[in-house]
Design a protein around this ligand. Structure first.
Ligand code: ADP
Length: 454
């Protein structure tokens, strides 16, 4: 029995979860930090409970406080959103042990996919193609490490088994640098993830980032909802996402999607998830699975019409998915621009009081944001303040609608990166479609937007 959901997150995703709960007739509890009492979802929730000070370590990352908050407010389920504890197997297990429902896959599945070497092995077994490299933790002996490296071939990337957030990775172009790179990555991995395990993979020079959205329930159903191209990134952070991925053969994508759905059945996956791939020279290579809802999920919602967060909630309630694979059709094209509270060219964070906020509108426009005039963006968290989405019959129409929307936004009091997005929508390479993951940094290094920088 699940009638009340505790939202263990903040910002736009907390509001998104609240709306999905409401539309399914579920009650909500907002668990918020002292810095977040003014958030929209805290005001709108049926119940609210302060879980600690602004520091995430003492609030949104404190598993015990969240579980006690659920118990005190009578919530039977916890939705972790993205970031924070959303991919913590230990948190999911603690929630399960407390007799509550973790809205996500079972804790063992999070643990399996959170270890990248295990995840890679599971994917190879399921027939999903992976980046060349042995799915094994590196031994201590240098001669063995060198032998493994020679087998894979240079350039290589050393990656942390327990890595995440773009940390714990090092490129090696030459055998002379291997020993030191492995050592430094081990130290970093121990420091950030409490697990010094590392492994090697071939380093791909100019890949695109393409990912497959999946949904699975506890009744033996698993499906895939098309792909997203998230290649416009800066420092491994996605900035623009779109669906479908321009210029990739549909049959190849369908084959990959089907393999991902089958892999979900093999690992007893449940809920929403994403298989991330690098795509280079016509080949897909699995890099990792995200066992949670992603920031960019609305891109897929626009082209498929499926409400991914509602499906997560349905699965948590023990219901079957509301759609079948043969009902999924990709309609038109959707693009998302992440609006961050930061200087558009210097990328310095820009917290502060929002003086005015008028979001754009019109056909095909969707805005996911917790902003309102008078809201104070706190300095303690991620700088994402809004997601702007445009849907059109074609990619051209989606880009045109996005440009119109970006020009319409009125936000004062904080800086945002809207001017950067506006320029990117007019950039010839972006407009042509199919840029690689280094495109944005390359263009910034060439002086993109310099004439605007002051
Ligand atoms: P994280 O969990 O930290 O996000 P990922 O494995 O998803 O780590 O990798 C993050 C990013 O690092 C990728 O999107 C890509 O830009 C780069 N990367 C990872 N593996 C490779 C590789 N084998 N070759 C080239 N780039 C890679």
């Amino acid at each position: 029995m699940m009638d009340t959901v505790l939202i263990a997150n903040r910002g736009e995703i907390a509001l998104r979860i609240l709306r999905a709960c409401r539309s399914l007739g579920l009650k909500t509890v907002a668990a918020y930090s002292e810095a977040d009492a003014g958030l929209r979802h805290v005001q709108l929730a049926d119940h609210r409970i302060c879980i600690g000070p602004a520091s995430a370590a003492s609030s949104y990352l404190d598993a015990q406080r969240l579980i006690v908050a659920a118990e005190l407010t009578g919530a039977q389920a916890i939705h972790p959103g993205y970031g924070f504890l959303s991919e913590s197997a230990a948190f999911a297990r603690a929630v399960e042990d407390a007799g509550l429902i973790f809205i996500g896959p079972p804790s063992e599945v999070i643990a399996l996919m959170g270890d990248k070497v295990n995840a890679k092995r599971a994917m190879l077994d399921a027939g999903v193609p992976c980046v060349p490299g042995t799915p094994q933790q590196l031994p201590q002996e240098l001669d063995q490490v060198q032998a493994i490296a020679n087998d894979i071939g240079y350039p290589l990337i050393v990656k942390a088994v327990g890595g995440g957030g773009g940390r714990g990775m090092r490129i090696v172009r030459d055998q002379a640098d291997l020993a030191q790179a492995v050592q430094l990555t081990r130290e970093e991995a121990q420091r950030y993830f409490g697990n010094a395990g590392v492994y090697l993979e071939r380093y791909l020079e100019h890949p695109r980032h393409i990912e497959i959205q999946v949904l699975a329930d506890a009744h033996g159903n698993a499906l895939w909802l098309g792909e997203r191209d998230c290649s416009v990134q800066r420092r491994n952070q996605k900035l623009i996402e779109e669906s479908p991925a321009p210029g990739i053969d549909r049959a190849t994508i369908a084959d990959l999607g089907q393999r991902c759905a089958s892999a979900c059945l093999r690992i007893a996956y449940r809920g929403a998830g994403t298989f991330e791939f690098l795509y280079e020279d016509g080949q897909f290579y699995f890099i990792e699975m995200n066992t949670r809802v992603q920031v960019e999920h609305p891109v897929t919602e626009l082209v498929t019409g499926v409400d991914i967060v509602e499906e997560q909630l349905r699965v948590a309630m023990g219901l079957p998915l509301s759609v079948r694979q043969d009902q999924i059709r990709i309609q038109g094209h959707a693009i998302e621009c992440r609006l961050n509270a930061e200087h558009p060219w210097k990328f310095t964070p820009s917290p502060g009081v929002v003086r005015s906020w008028t979001p754009p509108g019109g056909p095909g426009i969707r805005v996911e944001s917790h902003l309102y005039a008078g809201y104070e963006v706190p300095p303690h968290y991620d700088s994402l303040v809004a997601k702007l989405l445009a849907h059109g019959a074609s990619r051209e129409q989606a880009m045109a609608r996005m440009s119109t929307a970006l020009a319409e936004i009125d936000v004062t009091g904080i800086d945002t990166n809207a001017p950067l997005h506006a320029i990117l929508m007019q950039e010839p390479d972006f407009r042509a479609g199919g840029v690689d993951i280094h495109y944005l940094e390359r263009r910034l290094a060439q002086g993109l937007g310099k004439e605007n920088a002051t």
